[in-house]
Design a protein around this ligand. Structure first.
Ligand SMILES: [Zn+2]
Length: 411
């Protein structure tokens, strides 16, 4: 059984690292506080009987050998770095939960056919280098040597410099690409939203990890006098943009059953005075979903709408695609496998998408991947007010332990 007491003690210990007077935590990637937290976690992994190795990016991997050392690995883990003034749960739940699960297996003296590994990914948050999930990218062979020089923090230190400071060799980055076979990867994490709390569920089994398509759309009309220009002689960039804003909502609603969400978060109108018809408008549109085709349908409909509005209103519309990432759908059999364990353990749970990105989305390209969410108070994360209940952390750890036991057994 996962021990709430032990989990609580470990959370408290980590809370002492990087805590600020505001109550928040700052453990920026590769900073001294991040490294101190990493040392603590390595100590816990050793106590759980794991054999530690570190890859070229500093990702920590602790291994519990299997009856068949050559069999594919069951892997679980998360991250411990934080955003500035963040909380003590984002990533930490998945790291301490994974170690607790392995501690339980060690205490039970159980034999696992497949080897089991706990991984702590470095630099998950984008706060220091502007790019998220760097450790899991390196792990999947998606982080190049050039990128390490390119990415710089606010002090002008490159990621390569920072790796050297930690006695890691940037030139060996390719070796961080995980070589062995991974049978499955599991990560538990706080939800970072309000769905579980609102629906009063204790656990959420993640069906997919959303990825955004982001568009910057520039509307060009005519900035004429608001009094002297009759309604039929206008090229109002803002009313044209307003039609698009409502269509973003409507098209996303049409795909809501596929968990698509659409947001126009930026509206800038020029010249921004009462007596001039807006001549220039910029919109920032963010479309997300876990199902690539349904997200694409929304984007395609919007593109058709741009053409229609251009003709109808005689305004210019220029579209820049800022990002177009592919969502990750997690395999149905992993979703059902984890959901069944939640049900058998009588934890009230639902299947749900993840709106935020996680290390798991990269590992999903290497292995069958599953994720379990726990609620966080008021849905708040990346904030000193971030909080998760120890009962929920323990419940997710129980589910993780059972899942690992089943997956690590001989088929
Ligand atoms: Zn996280």
């Amino acid at each position: 059984m996962a021990s709430s007491k032990r989990l609580e003690k470990n959370f408290q210990h980590l809370a002492g690292i990087g805590q600020e007077s505001s109550g928040g935590f700052t453990r920026l990637a590769f900073s001294d506080t991040d490294w101190e937290a990493r040392e603590f976690v390595i100590g816990l992994m050793k106590q759980a009987g794991l054999v530690i190795r570190v890859d070229a990016f500093g990702n920590v991997i602790g291994r519990r050998e299997g009856v068949n050392p050559a069999a594919s690995v069951i892997m679980t883990g998360s991250h411990i770095d934080s955003v500035p003034h963040g909380g003590n749960y984002d990533g930490v739940v998945g790291t301490l939960g994974a170690i607790e699960a392995l501690q339980c297996l060690e205490e039970a003296g159980e034999k696992n056919y497949h080897p089991i590994e706990v991984v702590v990914f470095m630099s998950e948050e984008s706060s220091r280098f502007g790019v998220a999930t760097l450790g899991s990218k390196a792990f999947c062979g998606k982080l190049s040597r050039e990128k390490l020089d390119e990415l710089k923090d606010k002090q002008g230190l490159s990621l390569a410099d920072v790796l050297r400071q930690r006695n890691l060799s940037p030139d060996n980055i390719a070796e961080a690409h995980y070589k062995g076979g991974i049978k499955s990867f599991l990560e538990i994490h706080i939800e970072q939203g309000k769905v579980l709390e609102t629906t009063q569920n204790q656990l959420g089994v993640v069906t997919g990890i959303a990825a955004p398509t982001r568009l910057r759309v520039m509307f060009t009309g005519q900035a004429d006098h608001s009094g002297a220009t009759p309604m039929n002689m206008r090229q109002d960039a803002l009313t044209a943009a307003a039609e698009i804003i409502l269509q973003v909502e409507a098209f996303a609603n049409e795909e809501a059953h596929n968990a698509v969400v659409g947001t126009t978060g930026i509206v800038k109108a020029e010249p921004g005075v009462m007596n001039v018809i807006p001549g220039k408008v910029e919109l920032g549109i963010d479309i997300r979903g876990i199902d690539a085709p349904s997200k694409q349908r929304v984007v395609d409909k919007l593109k058709a709408e741009f053409e229609a509005i251009k003709k109808k209103r005689g305004v210019g519309i220029e579209v820049v695609v800022l990002s177009d990432d592919t969502p990750v759908k997690l395999p149905d059999h992993m979703v059902e496998f984890l959901y069944d364990i939640c049900q058998q353990s009588s934890y009230k749970s639902i299947r749900m998408p993840s709106g935020a990105g996680h290390d798991a989305m990269h590992i999903a390209t290497l292995a069958d991947t599953g994720m379990v969410f726990i609620p966080c108070r008021d849905g708040i994360s990346h904030n000193p007010a971030e909080h998760a209940k120890i009962e929920d952390i323990t419940a997710a750890t129980e589910v993780l332990t059972k899942a690992i036991q089943k997956l690590a057994a001989k088929e």
